[in-house]
Ligand binder design. Structure first.
Ligand code: FAD
Length: 268
């Protein structure tokens, strides 16, 4: 909490009757919580298309369903060969999540981005109970309630991989364990029905820090990837990458996130 406060996010330790009145949905066994009133949440289903619409309004051209095949430096910039048009550009940003590694390798840098299948569980809609984003420190659990009333229960539980397709699929073992922890933290959840679950790929780096910066061997090419929490970090990532592309000071210390940090030799 002191770290959050130092960065301008007031957070406080809430215990006893203050915790009970703030979060009556929690089990009495939960005796303390770190509370950050400005913590928010967003539903990616409407949020992601809203960002796309805003980008269009600001002049972006979106080529949906188009795959980038190669990115190569050319005099004055880059040539991007796609499954659609071939694009010449002065600068390029690699923001392809788990796909960044293959594109960055073409520009002379190895980025160790891992792919980890993870899953989330959604319940039947119910009356509004949880106005907060709950992160449980005692086990793998995140808990939030969508505006529709659905509870979203997750926490980075591993999904399975379908051997025939290679696609992530929901693991019932993970579902069971995730719901068991949810019912420990909020026992009434045991009587709410889970109606769907989905699995996807979470991307990470070995030190769990983001990758943000210019590719040293290819000036004018940038990459941005935030491990595990890329939806939350997306708007800030966009601001920082825009500043870098425009040659402005992003106003943040980016050295810990440098793209070449994994290839640097430690001082002897
Ligand atoms: C189950 C689950 C739960 C999650 N929960 C949360 C959460 O609660 N909060 C949170 O902040 N984050 C969460 N995340 C993580 C979040 O979804 C990601 O961090 C975020 O989507 C990353 O955004 P991105 O735009 O960087 O990359 P992505 O969303 O991975 O988008 C990259 C896009 O690039 C495309 N692409 C890749 N290669 C190419 C290519 N060669 N040519 C063209 N396109 C290409 C991909 O198809 C993809 O559409 C969760 C993820 C999963 C799977």
């Amino acid at each position: 909490m002191s770290l959050e406060a130092a960065h301008g996010f007031p957070a406080e330790l809430v215990t006893g009757s203050a915790l009970r009145s703030l979060a009556p949905y929690l089990s009495p066994a939960v005796i303390a919580a770190g509370y950050c009133p400005s913590e928010g949440k967003a539903n990616p289903l409407p949020a992601a298309p809203a960002f796309a619409r805003a980008a269009r309004q600001h002049g972006a051209t979106l080529l949906l369903g188009t795959r980038v095949l190669t990115v190569s430096p050319r005099a004055g910039g880059f040539e991007v060969v796609t499954s659609g048009p071939v694009i010449q550009c002065a600068k390029v940003v690699l923001a392809a999540g788990g796909g960044i590694g293959a594109l960055a390798a073409q520009l002379g840098i190895t980025l160790p981005i891992s792919d980890e299948p993870v899953q989330v569980h959604a319940t039947e809609p119910m009356e509004p109970v949880i106005p907060h984003l709950v992160y449980y420190a005692g086990g793998r659990l995140t808990l939030k309630q969508a505006r529709s009333g659905t509870l979203l229960i997750g926490g980075g539980w591993p999904a399975s991989v379908d051997a025939s397709t290679g696609h992530p699929t929901v693991s019932t073992a993970s579902m069971r364990q995730n719901l068991r922890i949810a019912a420990q933290v909020a026992p009434w959840i045991a009587s709410v029905r889970v109606i769907r679950a989905w699995a996807g790929i979470g991307n990470a780096t070995p030190d769990l820090r983001p990758l943000i910066g210019e590719i040293p061997a290819a000036p004018g090419a940038f990459a941005g990837m935030f491990p595990h929490m890329g939806l939350t970090a997306g708007p800030l990532m966009g601001q920082v990458l825009t500043a870098l592309v425009e040659g402005r000071d992003p106003g943040r210390e980016l050295r810990p996130f440098a793209l070449d940090r994994f290839s640097l030799t430690p001082p002897g």
